[in-house]
Design a protein. Structure first.
Ligand code: ADP
Ligand code: MG
Length: 698
């Protein structure tokens, strides 16, 4: 009985009416192969055509349905030929704007005709508008009823229209109402009671065809209990799939990295500082991992300046002492070079040979490094993504450290790990990020990694004071820079231009440098930007570090990693153009020494509401985690994680912001499911993520 019911839903979609090979192919692209897959293809959002909005109440930015009579219809010939229809109802008016239109359409939309339109309402040059709305002509003296239900909008692909989708889903839903039951894969003890009181079938039917009396706002916000019922399942499926990646990893072997600790103590004794408790804790986590013979997969989160580099150095040292090589990868050449220098300072006194590999090296130099690497003469190789090149061959790679992880992404991470793979033995992997990711997000996006947090800054750091100042006060700010230089403090002046070309950004920095040098003749001003030769950049950074430069005018190239403790004032131009995370990261370049530091966020008015929130958030706190949380609220998780890089932040129904409470339950729920019904766990993952699992290769 049960088996037959399940079979009905596992039939290929070609069993449905209207699905030939062509449509099936398109559906396959969306990961839809069986009838059941259609049921789990959930609406992205809804359109509300259940009521006519009075034109007097329209709000720009929202979608809506309106109806009125055309008062005036005209074609204008500005930059583009445009058809404008001025539409009125009893309460107000709106303009319909068409850039593409046929003669027939133009005749149809003539004065006096009643039209009903659906579209996004926007602010036009003189009044509210709809650009290319969907519309239908309403014959005089007829009343056409509005829709009874919300219209679901599905994620789709070329050649598959919303309408055909709705028809297919309708057919698939019939299976459910015909008494075919979807197997509940989550055991009752692992269900969440407030959201689990409806069956899976009910919940699916509801989100595909919300009833007329639904609370529209809840549904639109993906907060309806029926949606949460599904979100819970989806989050659990995702959590379990990442756990599977992890356990698959743990079925591989890794070198056992364990030493008597003498070298480690030697390094610690030689350091001019002692480790913070947080650093010690994290190093202990790592040491515990890498002696087990299973590949470590650990993420270190630590705010800018929390001292991640020494943690990396200690892990690397352990590997080398145990007889293996280590690789350290940084996102920019500047940073790679800085790590190379730091590692050399720390490790070469211990008899360890540090090499480096970046794009700018000469062929001869590279060849020499590669030869030494493959022969095992180089113990530690520091580099940029140049480390991925085919000719980079390690002889015995024990550990890979990746700094500033979010710039690399999951795939590169896996590629680098594969480089060091030797038969079934994988190197350990340590990933470090200064972009603090809120805990709930880390739990979903990085469930394949163990996470350690350096939640303490080294002592003696003074908090950075941040001021938000309009660019009309540029002269005052320049005077402030002047005073700082006279006090032998060093200053960064950051020029930002996002969205526009790097060329423009560099030009802006060049102009600023010229202007500042003119205004401040007694300051030593230098310029650094992305279009300069690496050697030139390095040289300038070195001079800044050694105090030969007072004021460094820079583009955002200095965003990551650069460490000049004497720099204690930073001016960021056009700060309103940058995101919170980036601003926080930039600001982290100051406040690294004993001097009290300041950061000035200079902006150009008027500020959007969002920009205003960002700037005041930075003014109010230096806490990277708070800032990340705020960033998540303002931008959403996809952007925060870089969706393209993780491929994991896209959910069908779960909402990482709204469902944080559910996320917190996942770990326990997964334990429960994996022990009580392990077979169901695969089916659950298949149900929700079957279409995009390339976890298999992991
Ligand atoms: P980040 O976590 O941003 O990579 P770094 O590793 O660059 O931070 O460390 C920032 C600065 O703090 C460096 O100059 C480093 O030598 C110093 N530092 C690291 N740990 C400590 C500590 N425990 N006490 C004092 N200074 C430290
Ligand atoms: Mg760093």
């Amino acid at each position: 009985m049960v088996a037959r019911e399940i079979n009905a839903l596992t039939q290929p979609i070609t069993e449905l009416k209207g699905v030939g090979n062509k449509i099936a192919e398109r559906l396959h692209k969306l990961g839809i192969k069986q009838i059941q897959d259609l049921l789990f293809h959930l609406p992205l959002r809804y359109q509300d055509r259940t009521q006519l909005l009075p034109m007097g109440s329209l709000i720009s930015g929202k979608e809506g349905l309106v109806e009125g009579a055309i008062r005036l219809s005209q074609v204008t010939f500005g930059r583009r030929r445009t058809l404008l229809c001025y539409l009125d109802d009893d309460t107000g008016s709106i303009v319909l704007r068409f850039f593409h239109f046929s003669k027939v359409q133009q005749q149809q939309l003539s004065e006096g005709v009643r039209v009903r339109c659906f579209g996004e309402i926007r602010k036009g040059p003189s009044s509210l508008e709809m650009v290319h709305p969907e519309y239908s002509i309403i014959p005089t003296d007829t009343i056409v009823p509005v829709d009874a239900e919300l219209t679901p909008i599905y994620p789709t692909t070329e050649g598959l229209h919303q309408l055909s989708f709705r028809k297919l889903i309708k057919q698939a839903l019939i299976f459910l109402t015909d008494g075919v039951s979807l197997p509940e894969l989550i055991p009752p003890t692992a269900r969440l009671h407030d959201v689990a009181d409806s069956s899976l079938a009910e919940a699916l039917g509801f989100v595909h065809q919300p009833p007329p009396d639904v609370n529209v706002q809840l549904l639109m916000d993906r907060r309806h209990p029926k949606q949460r019922r599904l979100a819970y399942e989806e989050l659990l499926a995702q959590h379990i799939s990442l756990r599977k990646v992890r356990s698959k990893m743990q079925s591989h072997k890794a070198p056992i990295l364990r030493t008597d600790g003498q070298q480690r103590n030697a390094l610690l004794t030689a350091l001019p500082f002692s480790l913070t408790t947080a650093q010690q804790r994290v190093i202990n986590d790592i040491l515990k991992d890498i002696k087990l013979g299973l590949p470590m997969q650990r993420l270190i989160q630590g705010d800018v300046g929390s001292g991640k580099t020494i943690v990396a150095a200690l892990a690397v040292l352990e590997s080398v002492t145990a007889g293996y090589q280590a690789a350290m990868m940084a996102p920019t050449e500047l940073l790679a070079e800085q790590h190379f220098q730091t590692f050399k300072n720390w490790l070469s006194p211990l008899g360890i040979k540090v090499g480096w590999c970046v794009g700018k090296q000469t062929v001869v130099e590279k060849r020499r490094v590669m030869a030494e690497l493959v022969q095992g003469e180089i113990d530690v190789l520091v580099g940029t993504h140049a480390l991925f090149q085919d000719n980079v061959i390690f002889s015995r790679l024990g550990i890979v450290v990746i700094d500033e992880q979010h710039r690399f992404g999951v795939h590169q991470r896996l590629a680098l790990r594969d480089k060091g793979r030797n038969a079934n033995i994988f190197p350990h992997q340590l990933v470090m990020t200064a972009t603090p990711i809120p805990r709930t997000l880390a739990m979903t996006a990085y469930a394949d990694l163990d996470v350690s947090v350096i939640d303490e800054l080294p002592p003696g750091r003074t908090a950075i004071t941040t001021a938000v100042i309009p660019d009309t006060r540029r002269q005052n700010i320049i005077e402030r820079v002047h005073i700082a230089c006279q006090q032998s403090r060093q200053v960064y002046w950051v020029c930002t231009l996002v969205e526009e070309s790097e060329k423009l950004q560099c030009k802006a920095a060049e102009d600023a440098a010229t202007e500042l040098q003119l205004s401040l003749p007694d300051c030593r001003v230098a310029l650094i930007h992305g279009r300069m030769k690496s050697a030139e950049k390095d040289q300038i950074m070195m001079r800044f570090k050694s105090g030969e430069i007072d004021l460094l005018v820079a583009t955002t190239v200095i965003e990551v990693g650069v460490d000049v403790p004497n720099a204690s004032l930073m001016i960021i131009e056009n700060a309103e153009r940058l995101g919170l995370a980036q601003l926080h990261q930039l600001r982290g370049r100051v406040g690294r020494g004993k001097l009290e530091s300041q950061c000035v966020l200079m902006y150009r008015s008027p500020l959007s509401e969002n920009a205003q929130s960002r700037l005041s958030c930075l003014r109010d706190t230096n806490d990277g985690f708070l800032i990340a949380q705020r960033d998540l609220e303002l931008r959403g998780p996809g952007e925060l994680l870089g969706t393209r890089q993780t491929g994991l932040a896209e959910f069908r129904v779960a909402n990482l912001m709204e469902d944080q409470d559910l996320i917190n339950l996942m770990s326990a729920a997964a334990d429960n499911l994996l022990t009580s019904s392990p077979d169901n766990s695969d089916a659950l993952v298949e149900r929700w993520f079957g279409h995009k699992i390339d976890f298999g290769q992991v």
